[in-house]
Write a protein that binds this ligand. Structure first.
Ligand SMILES: C[S@@+](CC[C@H](N)C(=O)[O-])C[C@H]1O[C@@H](n2cnc3c(N)ncnc32)[C@H](O)[C@@H]1O
Length: 376
């Protein structure tokens, strides 16, 4: 394993960046966004992302040599983000996976048509054993193995050695069971045996061979406001992206990954605590305001808050006005310094482009505010 000395730099090698791509996450922002903030806001000592998703901000902080804290209410997000703060060898991850898979099979194999089509039965048996064992483990190696498996749980079937464990499926989101079964059945696509350990081994070696030094920090699974009220640390840089307005499928689209983390073997209907599920636009603005206020209480005077935000076209609203209203409503001392269209970094897609054709029409904005007032 290569030890990489880190300093903020726009020219990170691809090897060092690989761990950030351990598992895709809907509406993740590109690493460039938090890296730009870290480059232009010198003097940051601890970084916060109260809506951390897959932990992009946390990884940028790690690259810049800073500790960070992330919060997310979605267990899939928290599990991926946790891996961004861990430094373990690929060997340790492979050894743990091997140890679990060598033990006697455990856990209940889910039943039904979807599962029979999605995974070959031996592959599913191995997956269930891993799931069951990892549910009870809290070590850094287990956190990394969990995220590695989440990243290979479903995806397209390639011609050469397999990279994913499932039958043909998108990588970014899990298809709904009825749709997936119809798709496989129509094409007579039977699942093939894919040895889980082989896939984990290839992936862990690739992701971790040059991972940067870990700089400490924590990921909390929970509501941003509640979690912030229980924190002690002070932050001077906050880089975040709240749920895009009108986007309501953060949990349902990740249902297979949620299952691997202990969720039910079907698409969950509840989306408890998701800010995106507010009954009205005003309620959404108020919910964001509460997060900005709670964030201010944990920040030093002079702290920077950088936000990327957007709204689905179907929501027919102006994300800039919504975001400004939420900061005003927070009454927490955040003074807006800059609002501009979200940058389109070279060779990388914008966050909104993941919403497909309709999504590319979204107005996405970047806002920067400074904590100049005294929080309530
Ligand atoms: C736009 S995504 C963040 C993506 C992130 N920037 C990344 O790169 O992956 C917004 C996140 O807010 C989370 N979220 C929604 N309601 C929340 C709440 N009440 N507290 C904490 N997180 C919440 C969602 O689960 C989602 O992961």
């Amino acid at each position: 394993m290569t030890v990489t000395a880190v300093a903020p730099s726009p020219a990170w090698s691809e090897d060092v960046l690989r761990l950030n791509a351990i598992c895709p996450y809907y509406t993740m922002f590109p690493l460039e966004f938090p890296l730009q903030q870290l480059e232009t806001f010198t003097g940051a000592t601890r970084v916060l992302d109260p809506f951390c998703g897959r932990g992009t901000t946390l990884y940028a902080a790690r690259l810049a040599g800073l500790p960070s804290v992330g919060i997310d209410i979605n267990p899939v997000a928290a599990a991926i983000a946790q891996a961004k703060l861990v430094r373990v060898t690929p060997r340790a991850v492979i050894r743990l996976a091997n140890k679990i898979l060598q033990s006697s099979p455990r856990g209940e194999v889910p039943d039904g048509e979807f599962w029979q089509w999605c995974y070959e039965h031996e592959t599913l048996r191995e997956l269930v054993t891993l799931r069951e064992a990892l549910l009870k483990m809290a070590t850094p190696t287990a956190a990394m193995l969990r995220a590695v498996v989440l990243g290979v749980l479903h995806g397209p079937q390639n011609k050469g050695v397999p990279s994913y464990l499932s039958n043909q499926m998108p990588r970014t989101y899990a298809s709904k069971p009825a749709y997936a079964v119809k798709f496989w059945d129509k094409r007579n696509m039977q699942p093939v045996r894919i040895p889980v350990l082989d896939v984990i081994e290839r992936r862990a070696n690739r992701l971790l061979e040059a991972s940067p030094l870990a700089r400490g920090g924590n990921v909390y699974l929970g509501d941003a406001v509640q979690t912030l009220s229980g924190l002690r640390q002070r932050f001077d840089l906050v880089v975040t992206s709240p749920p895009y307005y009108g986007m309501r499928t953060y949990v349902a689209d990740q249902w297979l990954r949620s299952w691997f983390l202990g969720g039910p073997p079907e698409v969950p209907y509840g989306t408890h605590g998701q800010i995106a599920r507010q009954p009205s636009q005003d309620a959404f603005i108020q919910a964001l305001a509460d997060v900005w206020a709670a964030t201010a209480h944990r920040c030093r005077r002079g702290a920077r808050l950088a936000i990327r935000f957007g709204a689905l076209p179907s929501a027919r609203t102006n994300p800039e006005e919504m975001l400004l209203a939420s900061l005003k409503e927070a009454k927490a001392g955040w003074v807006v310094k800059e609002v501009r269209p979200a940058g389109t970094p070279p060779k990388r897609t914008r966050q909104a482009e993941q919403f497909g054709k309709a999504g590319s029409a979204i107005d996405e904005i970047d806002l920067v505010a400074e904590l100049t007032g005294v929080p309530r």
